[in-house]
Design a protein around this ligand. Structure first.
Ligand SMILES: [Zn+2]
Ligand SMILES: [Zn+2]
Length: 446
């Protein structure tokens, strides 16, 4: 099997808790490999699973036949020989385990006839409808995750990989369940594969009937998966949202150290957010909390490695989501908290919390700022208000050069009021250092 990864490197990483879905994809093929035993064991005997918005992979589609027993599937079809005919004669076709189709027709001759204007509905059946059902089967059996994205603007919006002319092209969905249900619906498939509705629903019904259990996971699989999902009958609603109980169990293992059930949001995040699962596992392990895990599962890998490692640092320190978001937005790294802890004798976590209090107001004080604030007893007790700093930034525009937002925030904390800062600005003070220097002079003069 060829993949774009260095699978050997991925395997070494997996031995240390790393993860890549492609390894898993490869697992059934190389199950004899010693290093893969653990991963291979997690792969159900009846076929591979895909994770994290992979494209339709041949490995998945080829491994599932039209019937679960690996045998052929015989279906009755209506054979129309004219484009305008609404009905036709019934006959059987046989879908072989490799999805080749046996019909009573000489299809090559029918193809030649079609080029000259002839028509046989079985040509579409064989060339388009049955391949469409073959491609869709992994989605119907929840062996392949749907391609969904969630955007969080003013409201949460789910969108599917849309197909022109379909309702998913014009609109979005309010839940993963709705979006995934649409992607499996005949209305969507007809547009996606440009096939006639009647033969499609006919073949779908036959294949679904053969496989069974398309509407819900088996009771046994459900019972196992329900144990790791917090919501009542969680595995069923996740099934509707496109996740197999095996996905649910596999994803739960990405939250090491958490023994209690995880919220559905965690599983949907892993499935659809594009989170880096290796990062997720390491970050959750550093502080195993369900609410944290459900949040982290929604952080997409495309935020970049600098952002992700900063988030991980702050998270493991025990800060709240609000604090961490403020710090990452302001681009404050853990080294700032380390320097603050080293210089002022604070605990590292306190340093992070103090930096976060200022980050929430859009300020990034230096170690020198904190040293002066500490002298005034303000270092860990004062929380600047964002609105107050906003007003001050506006006022300060009248003074040239106007101080930075952080200097204004620190001046405000030392002076106590906006008016007090304005007085200092009138006197030409533009920074904390200048304010301290004048205070010293005043002290010396008196
Ligand atoms: Zn026919
Ligand atoms: Zn659609």
């Amino acid at each position: 099997m060829r993949a774009q990864h260095d699978l050997e490197a991925d395997r070494v990483a997996a031995a240390f808790g790393g993860y890549t879905s492609c390894l898993r994809l490869e697992a059934p093929v190389t199950a004899a490999n010693d290093g893969l035993e653990l991963l291979a064991r997690r792969v159900p005997a009846d076929g591979p699973w895909t994770v994290g918005g992979l494209d339709e992979t041949e490995a998945v589609t080829q491994s599932l036949g039209p019937a679960p027993d690996g045998g052929p599937l015989e279906i009755r079809v209506e054979c129309r020989t004219s484009r305008t005919a609404s009905r036709g004669k019934q006959h059987s076709v046989v879908i072989e385990p490799d999805w080749t189709v046996r019909t009573p027709h000489d299809l090559e001759a029918e193809r030649v006839a079609a080029a000259f204007g002839g028509f046989t509905s079985c040509l579409e059946l064989v060339d388009k409808v049955i391949p469409a059902v073959q491609s869709t089967l992994p989605l119907l059996l929840r062996r392949r995750l749907a391609r969904l994205t969630r955007t969080k603007d003013e409201r949460v919006i789910w969108s599917a990989v849309s197909v022109r002319g379909c309702r998913c092209h014009r609109g979005t969905f309010t839940s993963a369940r709705d979006a995934a249900t649409h992607l499996r619906s005949p209305a969507h498939l007809v547009k996606q594969y440009a096939v006639s509705p009647r033969p499609l629903t006919n073949v779908l019904a036959a294949v679904e009937g053969a496989w069974g259990g398309i509407d819900a996971p088996t009771a046994e699989a459900r019972a196992r998966a329900d144990r790791v999902v917090r919501e009542f009958r969680g595995s069923e609603s996740l099934w509707a949202a496109g996740l197999h109980p095996e996905h649910v169990l596999e994803f739960a293992a990405l939250a090491p150290g958490i023994d209690e059930p995880l919220p559905e949001a965690f599983f949907l995040g892993v499935a659809y957010s594009g989170v880096d699962v290796t990062w997720l596992t390491a970050t959750v392990a550093s502080r195993p909390e369900t609410a944290g895990a459900a949040w982290l599962a929604w952080v997409p890998a495309d935020k970049g490695s600098a952002y992700l490692s900063a988030l991980q640092d702050w998270y493991s320190l025990g800060l709240s989501r609000r604090q961490i978001e403020a710090l990452t937005i302001e681009g404050v790294s853990i080294t700032a908290a380390e320097a603050l802890a080293r210089t002022t004798g604070r605990a590292l976590r306190t340093g992070g919390a103090d930096l976060a209090a200022w980050a929430l107001a859009g300020c990034r004080p230096t170690v020198e700022h904190f040293q002066v604030l500490d002298q005034h007893g303000l270092g860990s007790t004062y929380s600047p208000s964002r609105a107050a700093v906003d007003r001050l930034v506006e006022v300060a525009q009248r003074y040239s050069p106007s101080p930075s937002r952080t200097e204004l925030g620190v001046l405000l904390s030392l002076e106590g009021t906006q008016r007090g800062v304005e007085v200092q600005l009138e006197r030409g003070i533009r920074s904390m250092a200048e304010l301290i220097a004048t205070h010293r002079r005043t002290w010396h003069d008196s």
